[in-house]
Design a protein around this ligand. Structure first.
Ligand SMILES: Cc1ncc(COP(=O)(O)O)c(C=O)c1O
Length: 342
């Protein structure tokens, strides 16, 4: 039996929510990118689309605008007044929590790991503009710094919350992307897309949420997740199965994901997290020129380099419609200016 849209909508509606995003985000064609590839002699599917989750609005937008609507509400329900986060210099998540905390009137500390002398730009700069207190430290001291802040806030009578310690953080992105599933099903119907659709994104909660939606709705939606940093594929698939299993229980859905549900590509992640390879830079320039669409070097540029690479290699079924998930991440482009200077 297929789960109805009304059921998913109702379950989403039962969760506490703090609005951060302009939804729905648009679904647009990538016709000029498609034509550029055809001009190269590449065989491409009839339709290539992009889901513009970079346009969620707040703080330059991105997929995490969806995820953190549920998390900020969860924090407020818990009666906390201060959020302590630990994440990397390049973190988009750090920016969204800064935005959510500012909007909700919560104090925010970001313990920013590694790259401690790198310029204050991109996401970290935006965190500062949104009132965050920034603590830059090598990764090995991150936990210690966070605990010190926790103790100080508690001593001053505050109620602090260490974000990475909350298991809800693990699943809220998948929950947020169940709603993206509802949007996309409607948008694909309106666009009269028929046959199989392949969603193209990055290893994480978002693409998993879409595939999970499709599996429960009985839709022929396939999903490719491009890695953006070193990581074991089996571990990702295992974590994804566990997260979707938890959400299936919460939402009274029939099935979570298993290891066969997502295709994971390891070949486009570049030398390290936050370090793009030449194919990523080429993909960013190509999409910018063809579509006026901006991608970033840490996430969506890597995902797009995977799509272009797999199309060029003839490894994509031409009968599928491609739907590229633009998950945002744009501010960090400015931390990579040197890669674009001739
Ligand atoms: C811009 C962007 N896209 C995609 C991802 C992949 O992970 P998720 O889907 O869990 O957000 C991230 C993770 O930080 C991200 O910042």
């Amino acid at each position: 039996m297929t789960i109805t849209r009304a059921h998913i909508r109702q379950k989403l509606g039962e969760l506490p929510r703090f609005r951060l995003s302009h939804l729905n985000t648009p679904l647009e064609p990538l016709d000029r990118l498609r034509q550029t590839l055809i001009d190269e002699g590449v065989s491409v599917p009839n339709r290539m689309l992009v889901k513009r989750d970079d346009t969620t609005g707040l703080a330059f937008g991105g997929n995490k605008g969806r995820h953190f609507e549920f998390e900020i509400a969860n924090i407020l329900e818990g009666g906390y007044d201060t959020v302590i986060n630990i994440n990397h210099y390049h973190s988009n998540q750090a920016r969204f929590i800064a935005a959510g905390c500012a909007k909700a009137g919560l104090k925010y500390h970001i313990v920013s790991l590694d790259m401690v002398t790198a310029p204050l730009t991109g996401n970290l700069l935006l965190c500062k503009l949104m009132g965050a207190e920034i603590h830059r430290t090598p990764a090995e001291y991150g936990r210690e710094v966070a605990e010190k802040i926790f103790a100080q806030v508690t001593a001053q009578g505050g109620k602090p919350y260490i974000l990475p310690d909350d298991p809800f953080v693990e699943i809220m992105g998948t929950i947020g992307f169940l709603e993206t599933g509802l949007e996309l099903e409607q948008q694909l119907e309106t666009a009269e897309v028929e046959g199989a659709v392949r969603f193209w994104g990055l290893t994480g909660r978002s693409i998993a949420g879409l595939r999970f939606y499709a599996k429960n709705r009985g839709l022929d939606w396939r999903a490719t997740a491009v890695q953006y940093s070193p990581g074991n594929v089996e571990d990702f698939l295992e974590v994804t199965a566990s997260r979707t299993g938890q959400v299936a229980e919460m939402f009274d859905l029939e099935i979570g994901l298993d290891e066969t549900d997502l295709t994971v590509l390891e070949d486009y992640r570049g030398p390290a997290y936050g370090v793009p390879d030449d194919r990523t830079i080429e993909a960013i320039l190509m999409v910018g020129k063809a579509e006026g669409l901006i991608l970033d070097p840490n996430y969506t540029g890597k995902s797009m380099s995977g799509l272009i690479g797999e199309l060029r290699a003839g490894r994509i079924d031409p009968d599928e419609t491609i739907c590229f998930i633009h998950s945002g991440g744009l501010p960090q482009l400015f931390a990579h200016v040197d890669r674009f200077v001739d």
